[in-house]
Design a protein around this ligand. Structure first.
Ligand code: ADP
Ligand code: 5GP
Length: 203
């Protein structure tokens, strides 16, 4: 079986990463949205094992020491990370794994996993980003300001990514990300097996 793709989706808080990733995984049973680890507290409506695996800082640091994390970062004062084994298990089963992670984590994935495709999601405008962060209603006024200020810094990292998608309309954005994933599977480097099996001069 062909190994599944590894897709990274980053972008400023409030751009719509969570919305797009959950739709992608709901509409495409072959796609798996990786469930990150975090040391932050669950927000209203979030549950352990669904949105994140919530754990203590001590446990998180043990996992770093054990080398269990594919990538990790401290974002807005809390630790976030991805378990390497979870990603590998799904990919070996042929499933495409989507990591919704920040730019620091994406940098680590880029250096460790040469076959990963990195997508940066942009808001249509900064005014719309502000409206989306506020409209989500999950963050305090201070957290909203912090996240909005960080957006300008994060956008500077866009040059390290392979693809950019502006999240104007949800279904159009999902369609574009699906197209990127499909194209990624057609990369020459991901099809070495078939290319090697077609030997010259057999007939
Ligand atoms: P992120 O995961 O990037 O922080 P969310 O997925 O939580 O962002 O989206 C932030 C807010 O913006 C949510 O209220 C969501 O419903 C809304 N949203 C997401 N995509 C769009 C879109 N294309 N148009 C309008 N609102 C959107
Ligand atoms: P939130 O607290 O709003 O759920 O997420 C805050 C930020 O952490 C977002 O930018 C999100 O992409 C990032 N994040 C979530 N999970 C991970 C992860 O596993 N690794 C890294 N590096 N960042 C993550």
């Amino acid at each position: 079986m062909k190994k599944g793709a590894l897709i990274v989706i980053s972008g400023p808080s409030g751009t719509g990463k969570g919305t797009i990733c959950s739709l992608l995984c709901r509409q495409n049973p072959n796609m798996h949205c990786s469930i990150s680890l975090t040391t932050r507290f669950p927000r209203k409506g979030e549950s352990d094992g669904i949105n994140y695996h919530f754990l203590t800082e001590a446990k998180f640091k043990t996992l770093i020491k054990q080398g269990s994390l594919l990538e990790w970062a401290k974002v807005y004062g809390h630790y976030y990370g991805t378990l390497q084994q979870q990603v590998e298990e799904k990919r070996v089963q042929g499933r495409d794994v989507i990591l919704e992670i920040d730019t620091q984590g994406a940098k680590q994935v880029r250096s460790k996993m040469k076959d990963a495709a990195l997508i940066f999601l942009l808001p249509p405008s900064m005014d719309e980003l502000w409206a989306r962060i506020q409209g989500r209603g999950t963050d305090s006024p201070a957290a909203i300001k912090e996240r909005f200020a960080a957006a300008y810094r994060e956008i500077q990292e866009i040059w390290k990514y392979d693809y950019v998608v502006t999240n104007e309309n949800v279904s159009e954005t999902v369609r574009k990300v699906e197209a990127i994933i499909l194209a990624d599977k057609c990369r020459v480097g991901r099809n070495k097996k078939i290319l090697c099996s077609l030997k010259e001069g057999e007939k």
